[in-house]
Design a protein around this ligand. Structure first.
Ligand code: GUN
Length: 293
């Protein structure tokens, strides 16, 4: 069996189109323009690319984008003061502090400063707590994008065996919570898991988010399973050129899975689209407006 390829790029483009329609409606009917503020500290090239793309996509959807660039040597107090200023700015409905932050800054302290209603990353403990207890908070973008693609592909996920490989606060843990909410039987696997091959081999859904190139071998995949690869790893090939690979050994997995996301072009494009969606949701909630369908 050769898997169908889940086209994240097309899925994200479609989602962005729907978001642009919602933004137009909010502008015309409620005089509301959702605003997203992104704070970037330092000059990490990968972060600069992310932030540039976020800025471009936010504007393309008709929303306001505010970029705040801060020097590498900014103090924690200065960064917290910036976040507080954005908390108090009524034009800003979503705040994203690009991670990672320089080592001298306590990331958790900065994230906990963002008011939960504007935490469009869903990283604040209040939002992770709400997710874990069935509440209605902001949900982290990448896992939410993965769930959207899974539901689109499989419909009802109830009763399916799912494994999440990776236990980060950003992807692994919220992903597991979202799958649980869909009534999957969820296993969280990680670097210390015994017999990962066996755990993966019994799973109808595999979400890989460990950041280790091709850790999940294609031969482990249960025939017909749905595979979501969150990993984006740049590796150097034998000829010295580099290429992007996921956390799943795609070339073999594609021959066993029922459906699989490619890298690049799978989960990656979904993250920014969901961030825009979260910003619209945040803006509507803050203004007491029903979100357009
Ligand atoms: N760095 C890489 N991905 C992300 C993300 O989704 N949110 C934030 N805040 N930083 C990131």
């Amino acid at each position: 069996m050769t898997a169908s390829i889940i086209d994240g790029k097309a899925f994200a483009a479609n989602l962005k189109e729907q978001i642009a329609k919602k933004v137009k409606f909010l502008k015309e009917n409620h005089n509301l323009i959702p605003g997203l503020a992104v704070v970037l500290v330092g000059e990490d090239p990968a972060s600069q690319v992310y932030v540039r793309n976020k800025n471009k996509s936010t504007k393309a959807a008709g929303m306001n984008s505010y970029e705040h660039l801060m020097d590498d040597d900014v103090t924690e107090a200065e960064l917290i003061a910036k976040v507080t200023e954005l908390n108090n700015d009524p034009a800003v409905h979503g705040i994203l502090v690009q991670l990672p932050l320089p080592k001298h800054i306590n990331e958790a302290a900065v994230i906990e400063t963002i008011i939960p209603e504007k935490d469009v990353d869903g990283f604040h403990v209040i939002n992770s707590g709400l997710l874990a207890t069935g509440g209605n908070g902001m949900v982290p973008c990448t896992p939410l994008g993965c769930i959207m693609m899974l539901k689109d592909k499989l419909g009802n996920l109830s009763g399916l065996d799912a494994v999440v490989v990776g236990r980060s606060n950003i992807v692994g843990k919220p992903m597991a919570q979202l799958l649980l909410k869909e009534s999957c039987t969820v296993t969280i696997a990680h670097s210390r898991t015994k017999n990962l091959a066996e755990v993966v081999g019994r799973s109808d859904i595999v979400v890989a988010a460990v950041g280790v190139p091709e850790l999940v071998k294609g031969s482990w995949i249960k025939p017909g399973a749905t595979v979501i690869d969150v990993g984006i790893n740049r590796i150097t090939k034998e000829d010295g050129k580099t290429k992007l690979v996921g956390d799943v050994e795609f070339a073999v997995a594609v021959e066993r899975a029922g459906a699989i996301t490619p890298v690049p072009g799978g989960v990656g494009p979904m993250t920014i689209a969901v961030l825009l969606q979260n910003t619209v949701t945040a803006a509507c909630r803050q203004m007491g407006i029903d979100e357009p369908a």
